[in-house]
Ligand binder design. Structure first.
Ligand code: GRF
Length: 201
């Protein structure tokens, strides 16, 4: 049984999709051991509580990044995590924290990276006029929205889209992509060659 930790700051729909896929057996032999947030008001915490999953709040406001991450690390340690999934965690991790979990931290980003890193990626893509948008699940490294790519899903932009309708279709794909990526990583049949995740046959 692999222990997954979720880090989130907001509504938690990606977390909820992962939890649903674990419950239905689509992500086998795994459980969400803990949901941690830097914000006590994150909607995802309430979802976790409803599902009976332990929650942790480590407030980040006004704290130096590494100090906050050390507190977070201490709080996560008892849960023996095999994998950490950032799911709308609105805080850049310190290089120190990234190094505590080499190739064991994933993030989801609502664009086809390397296009549109950073905040409001769907709005950026829409305003840029792309015809194909999408989402990316990648390993976390020391740079923002940057590590090796595990899964991407494309979402065509429709003529009558606005940034909200596009974002909600991307979100549907995020909910599928994250579980797909978790399965690939937990199965462990891959290597990282340069930036490329290459799956074993
Ligand atoms: C998602 O769009 C995700 O790609 C981005 O933050 C948003 C989180 O949404 N990193 P939710 O909290 O999972 O609903």
């Amino acid at each position: 049984m692999k222990n997954i930790g979720i880090l989130l700051s907001g509504r938690g729909s990606n977390f909820e999709a992962i939890a649903r896929n674990i419950a239905s057996g689509k992500i086998p032999d795994a459980k969400i051991a803990v949901v941690a947030s830097n914000r006590a008001d994150a909607g995802g915490l309430a979802i976790a509580q409803k599902l009976g999953i332990p929650t942790i709040v480590v407030p980040s406001k006004g704290k130096e990044r590494k100090q906050h991450d050390q507190e977070l690390f201490e709080a996560l340690q008892p849960h023996n995590l095999d994998l950490i999934c950032l799911a709308g965690y609105m805080r850049l991790l310190s290089p120190w924290l990234v190094q505590q979990f080499p190739q064991r931290i994933l993030n989801i980003h609502p664009s086809l990276l390397p296009a549109f890193p950073g905040l409001e990626a769907q709005e950026q893509a829409f305003a840029y006029g792309v015809k194909i948008a999408g989402c990316t699940v990648h390993f976390v490294d020391e740079e923002l929205d940057h590590g090796a790519i595990i899964v991407q899903r494309a979402v065509p932009v429709a003529e009558n889209d606005d940034e909200h309708s596009l974002a909600s279709r991307i979100l549907e794909q995020e909910h599928l992509a994250y579980s797909e990526a978790i399965n690939i990583v937990l199965e462990g049949k891959f290597e990282i060659v340069g930036r490329r995740l290459v799956r074993a046959h």
